[in-house]
Design a protein around this ligand. Structure first.
Ligand code: COA
Length: 706
């Protein structure tokens, strides 16, 4: 046989089939073809008594090649033929698992007669996270091997299983320390010597004890609540029902049909888009990336954080979790102690839920020290300021950091609203300065906006992007502008939400409409949670700078609620009244909005539809995204999607605002913006179509087209 990605070697009577397709040995058409050839050859080779299937590189097959879905390559060399060729070989086939055996890799492993793994191996069927189901026999073989209930749990969560758990569930046969390939060859040798039976998952019946009478009904009920219209989870249940009730061959065919339905769905296209966009976001483009390869990234061995408030503490935990020592700086001893105490309390809460041991809490706290002296920051490789959001205060901190930080140290600001270039200038060493905009709670939220200043050195940017990976954040680079990518796009969204309130929509109606679109939380509930005071202060500050539209009614609802002391959930009143944490419609808010409408001469109406709410809140947000792209604030449309998916509860099944705009159709978005400009007037330019959006729509192209 002759395949660049699959090789067949012989060691006496034992054959070794090796897949070598970096980076993760994804099961592409060429790998499947290579495997078919190899197993065909083995079927005709009487000199071979047993086979090991293994992978070179960092992992066993980590899935089907996602980029081939929906392309002609997908239909070449059917994985079920590969599996049949393996299962039907009349000598034992053992697969040797290391790294992450996922998706199509797991299905390949299930088709082998025996499975052995390293102690650190992980096994999973994560297809559901991509809007898919295991389409290479996984839904049929897994229930036969571990029972219907466990198989459902594994496929619906998509979460990988440790080798230890897999062993306990008889999903693998043995865990081996030391050299995996040698152990696998010894193992298959023993199988041959003892004439061990060939175990074919396809020939096993699903254990009836694993199928309680209510299993499927209960699973469907819980999915209806949790999965919010997702197709793939429901189809996975259908397939497991088939595994229980139908012969293997029929189940396999049924699975394939449902897989193709999922693959061709918009949901899966959106989730696959997000998968690749997330990985792309971590890369610096063009010449920056070229330079980054050659440049010396700065090692980050110790981190300083100025400000031990909720934000500073949350940021610190990210580094402590990654084993990087942190020194927290405060101005007063009691504030410092409070900050350190808060970190400890957070860890202890995690430990009390069993997600961490007390020993781990102690290890993390041992890495964390506090100080009142700037001089203590001298040996830090990175210092992040997380002090009160005020230009004068932050500038003073940056100046001080510019003086005390060692040469080569990176100085970061966690500002969410201030001009990073002004702060960088205050440090006196702007090339070392970068923005690191964490989202609250900073130890939980995955998103990190990395703000590239005018003078930020490329290696500083590249270092911080690498560091983001170390602390398990998804990082997106933003240029300098008010609100960066996320909050800047939030502004037109909130503007329209508040206009709709004045025109007669209620907070409940707006939130329901936007949540029905898929947003995790409507805008009114969101501001109530974040704090009406916080939102109103940002508007006030921006007003002073003259950075907001001259429209006198601009975001007036939020300011009025703030003046009335309705600060949101924390005062049990904001856009809603709160009973505990439950928002309740408050007629008082209706009266406030009626008053504001009268004051600004805005006509109230009762015909505001959910469709109008969604279009008016979301299309200007997408339009703002287009401006962000054309101004070069974001490198790519996908980066914007990643910000909104990870920081603002945009529905994953819609792939982010720019992907959603593509699906709606850019022409349609433009027509809609024009329609509202016409209907509502465009004195403040709210409905002016971004140049890039107009151009793409006219050319029938989409965001993200090269
Ligand atoms: N198909 C195609 N490419 C894949 C892939 C797949 N199934 N899995 C990973 N890759 C690519 C990534 O896009 C990335 O490419 P890049 O370096 O050009 O950006 C590279 O492999 C490394 O992946 P990354 O996620 O950055 O590395 P990691 O070590 O953090 O994680 C995995 C590795 C395998 C755990 C992770 O990539 C993963 O979960 N992959 C998807 C697995 C999956 O869902 N399989 C089922 C498919 S049906």
């Amino acid at each position: 046989m002759d395949s660049p990605v699959v090789t067949l070697t012989r060691n006496g009577a034992i054959a070794v089939v090796t897949i070598d397709r970096p980076p993760v040995n994804a099961l592409s058409a060429d790998v499947r073809r290579g495997l078919l050839d190899a197993f065909d050859e083995l079927a005709d080779d009487p000199g071979v008594a047993g086979v090991v299937l293994a992978c070179a590189g960092r992992t066993f097959v980590a899935g089907a090649e996602i980029s081939e879905f929906g392309t002609p390559a997908f239909s070449e060399a059917d994985p079920n033929d590969v599996h049949a060729a393996i299962e039907n070989l009349n000598i034992p086939v053992v697969c040797a698992l290391h790294g992450t055996t996922l998706g199509g890799g797991m299905e390949l492993a299930l088709a082998c007669h025996y499975r052995i793994a390293t102690p650190t191996a992980k096994l999973g069927l994560p297809e559901v996270t991509l809007g898919l189901l295991p389409g290479g026999g996984g839904t049929q073989r897994l229930p036969r091997l571990i029972g219907a209930a466990d198989a459902l749990e594994m496929m619906l969560s998509g979460a990988p299983m440790s080798a230890q758990t897999a062993l306990e569930k008889d999903l693998i046969d043995v865990i081996v320390e030391g050299n995996l390939l040698e152990a696998a060859q010894r193992f298959v040798g023993e199988l041959v010597a003892t004439r061990a039976p060939l175990r074919l998952a396809s020939e096993v019946d699903v254990d009836r004890a694993s199928v309680s009478p209510t299993l499927f009904a209960e699973t469907r009920t819980s999915l209806a609540k949790k999965a919010r219209g997702a197709i793939a989870p429901a189809r996975i249940v259908d397939c497991v029902v088939a595994a229980v009730t139908r012969p293997f061959a029929e189940g396999l065919k049924y699975e394939r049909d449902l897989f193709v339905e999922c693959m061709n769905s918009r949901q899966s296209a959106a989730l696959r888009h997000a998968f690749f966009a997330e990985r792309e976001a971590g890369k610096l483009p063009g010449n920056l990336a070229g330079n980054a390869k050659d440049m010396d990234l700065r090692p980050i061995r110790k981190v300083g954080i100025v400000g031990a408030g909720t934000m500073g503490g949350g940021i610190a935990m990210n580094f402590l979790n990654a084993g990087i020592p942190v020194v927290l700086l405060e101005v007063k001893q009691d504030a410092l102690e409070r900050g350190l105490g808060l970190i400890r309390k957070n860890y202890e809460a995690t430990a009390s839920k069993g997600r961490m041991t007390l020993e781990q809490v102690a290890q993390r706290m041992a890495l964390c020290s506090g100080s009142l002296e700037y001089a203590e920051l001298q040996d830090c490789d990175l210092v992040i300021e997380a002090v009160f959001e005020n230009m004068d205060i932050k500038k003073a901190v940056m100046t001080r950091l510019g003086e005390v930080c060692k040469p080569g140290a990176i100085i970061a600001t966690n500002t969410s609203t201030l001009d990073v270039d002004v702060l960088a200038a205050a440090s006196g060493r702007a090339a070392d300065v970068v923005g690191m905009h964490f989202f609250s709670p900073a130890n939980v939220m995955r998103l990190l906006e990395v703000v590239r200043g005018r003078d930020t050195a490329p290696e500083v940017l590249a270092t911080v992007m690498g560091l983001a990976r170390t602390i398990k954040k998804v990082a997106v680079v933003s240029g300098v502008c008010f609100g960066f990518i996320g909050n800047r796009m939030l502004e037109p969204y909130l503007r329209e939400c508040e206009s709709l309130l004045l025109e007669g929509a209620t907070p409940t109606q707006i939130d329901h409409a936007v949540e029905a679109f898929g947003m995790a939380m409507g805008p009114c509930r969101m501001i109530d949670m974040a704090g009406v005071d916080v939102a109103a202060k940002v508007v006030l500050e921006r007003r002073k700078e003259g950075a907001l539209p001259a429209d006198p009614s601009y975001r007036t609802a939020c300011q009025m609620l703030f003046e009335l002391g309705r600060h949101g959930q924390k005062t049990a009143a904001g856009y809603y009244r709160y009973e505990g944490r439950t928002p309740v419609h408050d007629p008082e808010v209706d009266r406030v909005m009626e008053g504001l409408a009268a004051q600004y001469g805005i006509a109230r109406r009762s015909d505001i539809s959910d469709e109008e709410i969604v279009e008016r809140c979301l299309y200007p947000l997408m339009n703002e995204g287009a401006k962000i792209l054309e101004e070069g604030i974001a490198y790519r449309a996908g980066d914007i999607d990643i910000v909104w998916l990870n920081g603002y509860g945009f529905p994953a099944l819609k792939g982010g605002p720019m992907h959603a705009a593509n699906v709606i159709g850019l022409e349609q978005i433009v027509a809609c913006l024009d329609h509202y400009a016409d209907k509502r007037g465009n004195a403040f330019g709210y409905w002016t179509v971004a140049g890039l959006l107009g151009d793409l729509a006219a050319a029938e192209r989409a965001f993200g087209d090269a």
